[in-house]
Design a protein around this ligand. Sequence first.
Ligand code: NIG
Ligand code: FE
Length: 381
Amino acid sequence: MTTTLLTGIGLLATQDDEFGELTDAALLIDGDRIGWLGPAAGAPAAARAHDLAGRCVLPGFVDSHAHLLFAGDRAAEFAARMSGQPYTAGGIRSTVAATRAAPDALLRANLARLAGELHAAGVTTFECKSGYGLDTATELRSVRLAAEQTPEVTFLGAHVVPADTDRAEYLDLVCGEMLSSCAPHARWVDVFCERGAFDVDESRAVLRAGIAAGLLPRLHANQLTAGGGVQLAVELDAASADHCTHLTAADLDALAGSGTVATLLPLVEFSTRSPYPDARALLDAGATVALATDCNPGSGYSTSMPLAIALAVREMRMTPAEAVRAATVGGAAALRRDDIGRLAVGRRADLVVLDAPSYLHLAYRPGVPLIHQTWLGGVPV
Ligand code: NIG
Ligand code: FE
């Protein structure tokens, strides 16, 4: 097994309670794992050394919410929003038409292109949802193609009711044939619980059917309205309630007292010109917070985790340390993974090297490409 020693690490922000933040550090990569980390003076010998010249090293970002299986784009819809039109769930249907018409090769290439963007943005694990097929054949193609490129695949047949389709019949399909076709290729089940998509009772029925088929629940909750999505996510011990843009005091309490992560998606508020979620209230209440891109062609077409971090700091009053934690440990918690999101001996060597001496620069230098290298399982990509 080859060993590589990363030397000259100006700041190593491990996000691990035992190792904390180290200055003038080194890190040994042994195969796909971290073999050692600590002060540079104590570094062991290695087959190769790689001098990082004072740069900052973080765990790779964990993007726990993304919709990457689609064709086409909705730039015109974005432009209309910037001229005053509101965002609505209905725009999803135009992506559905393009996705159904696309051959596998095109969907696969689009996903690979977006995965490449995510890696260039420092992301080492990403989740990918279906939900732009909304018929059994295209949802099955979607989860299969997603599973080629990530283990974190989510079945989102309940994204919206497709055009010209009876609502009750569609819900029967999602909970029946579509679910049983897709479940073998997915780890998660998700529902867009929102005005214009699915209500709380419908969402509960879909999540319960998914759980019965062996999937783990997560939920799009409280994006456009303070509906009952967050409460439902907590009721079902979902790994994550995502968006959380409109929360009541009871929602805050429920999240804080639960194992459900509040996943915030500030690139969506940016791209839909919406108010940002109250991250400060969530953190102060004791909830676990994650940051993710929600990259999708409708509500926010960005793979930039660094921009999400900068927005979380500037617009949502998270400290830079809290935002980095949410993009690493928080994302791992939202995927119920403990092998990623922090740097410690024995964990996966998934890490990001910043072209900066500290992670403060992610928010201090917004929009600047600061990702020097992304290492996936001990290999630079
Ligand atoms: O997370 N909210 C549901 N799904 C996406 C948007 C999908 C779309 O508009 O195409 C989201 O924002
Ligand atoms: Fe989403």
